[in-house]
Write a protein that binds this ligand. Structure first.
Ligand code: MG
Length: 458
């Protein structure tokens, strides 16, 4: 039984995700880990997160565990606290950027990284078997509240940047927390950085009244208008659990995640005089173009931050991240981190003493198309296999780290099965938007052909 997707368990509240299911998962987690060092429990601001966090906490305590309750925090803030509280594990009740009806669970290892897949498999087996630890009254665990988690995290980020230089610039920033968990950390971070903050959707609200929680171009129109209309230096928009940040330049232009990733990667490689940058196969070519001339190299992984962060540790990477706004600053922690990324961007603009748009204009720009194609869960693997065979027969160079990535003279197309949903994810990139569109259509056509072949009677 597979419960954990690319980033934890995500289910619809009241449907798959009931109180009984949450207790079952928490019971399995409690049984998989020995009683001893504390387990951190944190949560986002969804309508059901308080209740599910209490169920997780109560179940762990009844299994003999000591729980450190850190309350509502961004996912990266919980990741930051797990090693600092000398915990053996972190459990976060969150569904990241999913629609409001979802919630879920993410597990963090003692070192602050997302747990290995093997740990998730252990939990999945225990859930399936209904394993839970029950201890007698004399061995019941306990819990304590950690009230300064947000401050510790913000303090940690401030230690990574030149605060005085940023403060001297007195930036005007539109901050859109999207009613998510960043509301408890990013406003105070920007205040400490001396910014004039124009706040949008800055109150926690699990119904996400401002806009859907995924910070896409379409969902950030208010922030785009606010930046342009109020002459701000830039806009920052977080997803629901703030492991991501996307940016808007002073003209109100939504900056695709891959551009910020390339900019920060170039900066990290320049400052380290070389080094490895880690990113999934879905990354834009612009990243390689940005770091290669400076002596940097790119190591590609499967999609998903667990694969990226583990590879970053292994390769002693100077930078890493995903094209969706999830940048990872290894000197701070091996986690996608929206607030750290926001501080890093402000630091970079202050140091360069030039506007963000001007810095981005120096980078090669590609058209990167991201789409989803419906595909039944049980057919996803065979469709990708058939698409790979077709591209190979056509003489294309293939990379099969995750799904199939086929290169052509002017770009590439990637098709990979979603970790959790009945769909394939398509990425297509070229310098010329029309070429990228053609590659995407070609990818779509090859999926259609594979689906038709699989549906045909043998
Ligand atoms: Mg997220």
């Amino acid at each position: 039984m597979r419960l954990f997707g690319t980033n934890g368990i995500r289910e619809v509240v009241g449907r798959e995700l009931t109180a009984a299911f949450a207790v079952r998962v928490a019971g399995a987690i409690g049984a998989e880990f020995p009683v001893g060092r504390p387990i951190v429990v944190g949560r986002d601001g969804r309508t059901s997160s308080y209740a599910f966090a209490r169920l997780v906490e109560g179940t762990l305590i009844l299994g003999g565990h000591r729980v450190a309750d850190v309350g509502v925090l961004p996912t990266p803030a919980v990741q930051y606290l797990v090693p600092r509280l000398r915990a053996q594990l972190g459990v976060i009740v969150t569904a990241s950027h999913n629609p409001p009806e979802f919630n879920g669970v993410k597990c963090i290892a003692a070192d602050g990284l997302e747990v290995l897949r093997s740990v998730e498999e252990g939990i999945e087996r225990a859930v399936e078997a209904g394993t839970a630890r029950s201890v007698p009254f004399s061995q019941i665990g306990s819990s304590y509240s950690v009230r300064d988690g947000a401050d510790q995290y913000v303090e940690g980020i401030l230690g990574q940047v030149d605060v005085d230089r940023i403060r001297r610039r007195a930036f005007t920033v539109v901050l859109d927390c999207g009613n998510g968990a960043s509301a408890v950390t990013s406003p105070s971070l920007l205040r400490r950085l001396g910014c004039r903050v124009i706040s949008l959707n800055g109150q926690l609200d699990g119904t996400f009244p401002g806009h859907p929680s995924e910070p896409t171009e379409a969902h950030t129109r208010d922030a785009q208008r606010a930046v342009a209309g109020m002459n701000a230096d830039l806009g920052i928009v977080h997803d629901g659990d703030a492991d991501r940040a996307v940016f808007i330049d002073s003209a109100g232009r939504y900056i695709p995640g891959e551009e910020i990733l390339a900019l920060l990667a170039r900066d990290a490689v320049a400052r380290a005089h070389g080094g490895v940058v880690v990113t999934p196969v879905s990354a834009s070519q612009s990243l390689e173009d940005a770091v290669r001339p400076l002596g940097g190299s790119v190591h590609y992984t499967r999609v998903g931050s667990p694969a990226v962060t583990r590879a970053m540790v292994e390769k002693h990477a100077v930078f890493g991240g995903e094209e969706n706004g999830g940048a990872i600053t290894p000197s701070f922690q091996f986690a996608r981190d929206g607030a750290m990324t926001a501080a890093a961007v402000l630091d970079l603009i202050a140091r360069a003493d030039r506007p963000l748009a001007e810095l981005l204009a120096e980078l090669p720009r590609y058209a990167l198309i991201k789409e989803r194609i419906d595909c039944p869960v049980d057919l996803r693997a065979s469709v990708v296999g058939r698409v790979a065979a077709a591209y190979e027969a056509a003489g294309r160079r293939l990379v099969t780290i995750d799904g199939v990535k086929a290169f052509s003279d002017d770009g590439w197309v990637l098709l990979r099965p979603s970790g959790t949903e009945p769909l394939l994810r398509l990425f297509a990139e070229a310098r010329d938007p029309a070429a990228a569109r053609r590659l995407a259509e070609e990818g779509r056509a090859s999926v259609d052909a594979a689906l038709r072949a699989l549906a045909a009677p043998p």
